[in-house]
Write a protein that binds this ligand. Structure first.
Ligand SMILES: Cc1ncc(COP(=O)(O)O)c(C=O)c1O
Length: 432
């Protein structure tokens, strides 16, 4: 049983936000790349933690012990989601950006002037700026380019940027601006060939497919739970030996063992409770709708298998949705899609589709379109989404950037069709 219309209807019923209306009309959430709606079990788990376990951790009394259990469960859950070797390889923090600045500072302490770091122009600034910050320590940052014609990472540019002095390669798993999935395994090969570490921004990929840090062979991978149906919380995977050896900025009583040496201060335990629930929700999608995909993941069992299967099921459904969206967008006069448009290459992208619509002839900026769609309760993002290097490279930064349509598994064909109808009508509305 795959994710089909009836299954998606069932799942949608479990998301309180998807039941809301405004002005008596439903809401169409195509803003997932900026943050997805939250599953009901997540809201429930966070409320339960606050009522039944709220305390600080590492105390001897009941609520503190429950908090310890909450913290452990969240590390276990994220380790399962990412297929980490052990839960101590997971570090929580407020969000991906803060975690990355935290890690870049720690890594920076191990580098020498003249050492090099490679970043890509296809990345969100949260995987560029923390590395640029190390320039003040004499680190050289090199930029790998992407091909503006289809917005895919230029692997020869990446290869050329990597030198014997490269200590770290930072790249995204999937672009939050144009949806391209990068060949992370190849980047790992290139980086490891010169002894460099690889820091993967998995934020945008996480809601769209299974992640396996061991199969990728990456050294670090970071994601944000609020992008996959959970609360605002960041999570970072790091190879245990690296986390163990890196010098963390920490308070002395926190100890020097991972993960706590990097989890500075009091964390959002309620968000951790929510993170566990979000991971369990994704696993439940596998249990309920993905059983026939199990043979594709030999060697996995329990929740790790359910997660693989759940996210593979989600991926298959999202591909159909994306095909429908792309086919419809291609028919709209004056609309330009940035990124991979060939349906035969659908495995190289996630269903995040960015475009501009006749902005030169009609003066329609992405923001004007987003505002117009909002009048019909259709939520989309406009601008650069902090993927500043992408809009700069595409020459769109001074022109309002992009209009971004982000699909996730709770979206439907019907919603896609409603959006397409509005977009097709938009030039007429503006001309009138
Ligand atoms: C690809 C990507 N990386 C990083 C981030 C930053 O994540 P956070 O908000 O958790 O700092 C985002 C947020 O939009 C993103 O889409």
């Amino acid at each position: 049983m795959a994710l089909h219309e009836a299954a998606v209807t069932e799942l949608r019923a479990e998301f309180p936000a998807l039941q809301q209306t405004a002005g008596g009309r439903p809401l169409i959430f195509l803003d997932g790349p900026g943050g997805t709606q939250v599953h009901g079990s997540v809201i429930e788990a966070m409320g339960r933690y606050l009522a039944e376990a709220n305390s600080n951790f590492h105390g001897v009394f009941l609520y503190s012990r429950r908090t310890d259990e909450t913290v452990q469960a969240a590390h276990d859950a994220l380790a399962d989601l990412l297929n980490a070797s052990r839960p101590e390889e997971i570090i929580f923090g407020p969000n991906m950006t803060s975690l990355t600045f935290n890690l870049s500072r720690a890594i920076g302490r191990t580098l020498s002037p003249g050492d090099e770091i490679v970043v890509t122009r296809l990345d969100h600034d949260a995987n560029i700026a923390p590395w640029l910050a190390l320039q003040e320590r004499g680190i050289i940052v090199r930029h790998a380019d992407f091909d503006p014609s289809d917005c895919t990472l230029d692997m020869s540019s990446l290869e050329a940027a990597i030198t014997p002095r490269t200590r770290l390669v930072a790249l995204g798993y999937a672009s939050n601006a144009v949806g391209t999935i990068n060949n992370v395994a190849r980047a790992v090969e290139l980086a490891h060939a010169v002894g460099a570490w690889v820091y993967v921004d998995g934020v945008h990929y996480a809601p769209h497919g299974p992640i396996d840090v061991q199969a990728l062979g990456c050294d670090f991978l970071v994601c944000s739970v609020y992008k996959f149906f959970g609360p605002h919380l960041g999570a970072l995977y790091g190879r245990y030996e690296l986390l163990d050896s890196l010098p963390a900025y920490r308070v002395r009583p926190a100890g020097d063992a991972p993960p706590y040496k990097f989890e500075t201060g009091t964390q959002s335990f309620e968000a951790m409770a929510g993170a566990t629930a979000a991971v369990n929700y994704l696993a439940s999608v596998g249990q309920r709708y993905g059983r026939e995909l199990s043979p594709e993941f030999p060697g996995f069992e329990g929740r790790r298998l359910d997660l693989k299967v759940g996210l593979a099921t989600i991926r298959a459904y999202e591909r159909q949705l994306c095909q429908r969206l792309m086919a419809g967008l291609k028919e709209i006069h004056g609309l330009r899609i940035y990124g991979i448009i060939d349906p035969d290459r659908s495995s190289q992208r996630v269903p995040t589709v960015s475009c501009t619509l006749g902005e030169t002839q009609l003066g329609l900026t992405p923001q004007q379109i987003a505002r117009r769609l909002d009048q019909d309760n259709i939520f989309v993002w406009d601008g650069n989404f902090y993927a500043l290097a992408v809009t700069e490279r595409l020459g769109l930064e001074d022109r309002g950037g992009l209009l971004r349509i982000g699909l996730v598994h709770y979206n439907t064909i019907k919603e896609v069709d409603i959006l397409l109808g509005h977009l097709a009508d938009m030039p007429n509305i503006v001309e009138r």
